[in-house]
Design a protein around this ligand. Structure first.
Ligand code: MN
Ligand code: MN
Length: 299
């Protein structure tokens, strides 16, 4: 790996870690989800990072992909299981990290948070070139199930590449039997999810995160104007809120509809557990080496 690329991964990881820590400390009963999201965004920009994807704060049965819309009124309340997921890039090289905050003294919920964290740590301990995906999945599965919860099977960790947030390989949260081995200098995100419910998520509706995939001619000048602005994200996900702030609600909705119609808009709807169990998540980005470099562990 080039020094320049390595340094970009390190910088992105550090900013993601600091923004995550900042946001985590703001998640309190009575705080506004939108305000915490904006504070995390502000911190990332202050530290010189670019968004690999919008910061997401998913509550309770939603495992991932909840991002405050322009008028989000959510306030954290007693008993909430709050996942904060942050992605930062430097020159396209990504640090992806997540944490769960449990706003409760309930022992079972604390154990749920511990389950995904312990699973992540257990996986990180065995990371080196030559370890198989099935060994990682087995390590994650063991920590979650021994605490009485289910890993989410249809969400997984993933490879990372320049301006690519979901590259191969898919890093499973259970033993898939895959004998595929990690190789030196591969960059992966490991993200176990633990659920009190089904351990399977589905795609719900009303996405507030989108990305552009590919290029196609666009008819309306209004949509062209919005699309030109979206080019800055290099096909990485962006928040509806960011676009509404700049172009207004009507124009943004119109443009997104047209981009969807011509099939160059990818949507990321919130992902709830099928049985609406409560879900925790933990995530780090790691450069695979004999001494692995966990880029999002820096303070
Ligand atoms: Mn993430
Ligand atoms: Mn990830």
């Amino acid at each position: 790996m080039d020094k320049e690329i390595f340094d970009s991964y390190i910088k992105a990881g550090k900013i993601a870690a600091q923004a995550l820590e900042h946001g985590k400390n703001l998640i309190k009963i009575g705080a506004s989800l939108l305000k915490v999201t904006e504070a995390v965004e502000k911190k990332i920009i202050e530290l010189g990072g670019d968004f690999a994807f919008p910061p997401q704060i998913s509550l309770n049965d939603i495992a991932a992909h909840y991002c405050a819309g322009p008028d989000d009124k959510t306030v954290f309340k007693e008993g909430d299981v709050v996942k904060l997921d942050v992605g930062v890039h430097i020159n396209g090289f990504v640090g992806d990290t997540a944490v769960t905050v449990v706003l409760s003294k309930d022992e079972k919920l604390k154990l749920l948070e511990e389950a995904s964290r312990a699973a992540l740590n257990s996986a990180l301990k065995i990371i080196k070139p030559g370890v198989t995906l099935s060994e990682i999945g087995r390590a994650i599965h063991a920590e979650i199930t021994k605490r009485g919860f289910s890993p989410i099977r249809n969400l997984s960790g993933h490879g990372l590449d320049q301006f690519v947030i979901h590259d191969k390989p898919s890093v499973p949260n259970f033993d898939t039997g895959s004998e595929e081995e990690l190789v030196k200098d591969q960059v992966i995100a490991i993200e176990p999810f633990a659920s009190t419910g089904a351990g399977i998520i589905y795609e719900s509706s009303n996405p507030t995160i989108f990305s552009i995939k590919g290029k196609k001619p666009v008819r309306s000048p209004m949509t062209r104007d919005v699309l030109k602005d979206l080019e800055q994200y290099n096909e990485l996900p962006f928040a509806l809120r960011w676009i509404v702030k700049k172009h207004g609600e009507g124009k943004t909705r119109f443009a997104l509809r047209e981009l969807k119609n011509i099939d160059i808009l990818k949507e990321y709807p919130p992902l709830p557990d099928k049985a609406h169990g409560l879900v925790s998540q933990a995530e780090h980005t790691v450069i695979v080496r004999d001494k692995p470099v966990i880029t999002t562990l820096q303070k």
